[in-house]
Ligand binder design. Structure first.
Ligand SMILES: [Zn+2]
Ligand SMILES: [Zn+2]
Length: 90
């Protein structure tokens, strides 16, 4: 290990969203937002309220009004994920 690597490894990078050590969480992974009404897709950062394993979120875009669709979450296998009730951390 080079001295510079040792120096860098000592720096405690933390996630600015959840406070976990860098790489220990997946807050910064991209998820796809897809509007069920117009089919528009958009890449966005994962939200901490998303169920674990979410890669696709079906949610209406701001341009689509009218019939309200519930927000649905899907994992990489295309399985629908259930949203667990929000846990509030102390
Ligand atoms: Zn995080
Ligand atoms: Zn739309």
């Amino acid at each position: 290990m080079k001295p510079v690597d040792i120096l860098l490894s000592k720096v405690d990078f933390r996630c600015t969203k959840c406070g976990a050590k860098q790489g220990a969480c997946n807050c910064w992974e991209k998820v796809t937002l897809k509007c069920p009404t117009c089919g528009k897709e958009k890449k966005t950062h994962r939200d901490k309220t998303d169920p674990p394993g979410t890669v696709l979120i079906r949610a209406q875009c701001p341009d689509c009004t009218g019939e309200i669709h519930p927000v649905e979450f899907f994992n990489a296998k295309g399985r629908r994920l259930l949203v667990s009730p929000q846990k509030t951390k102390p």
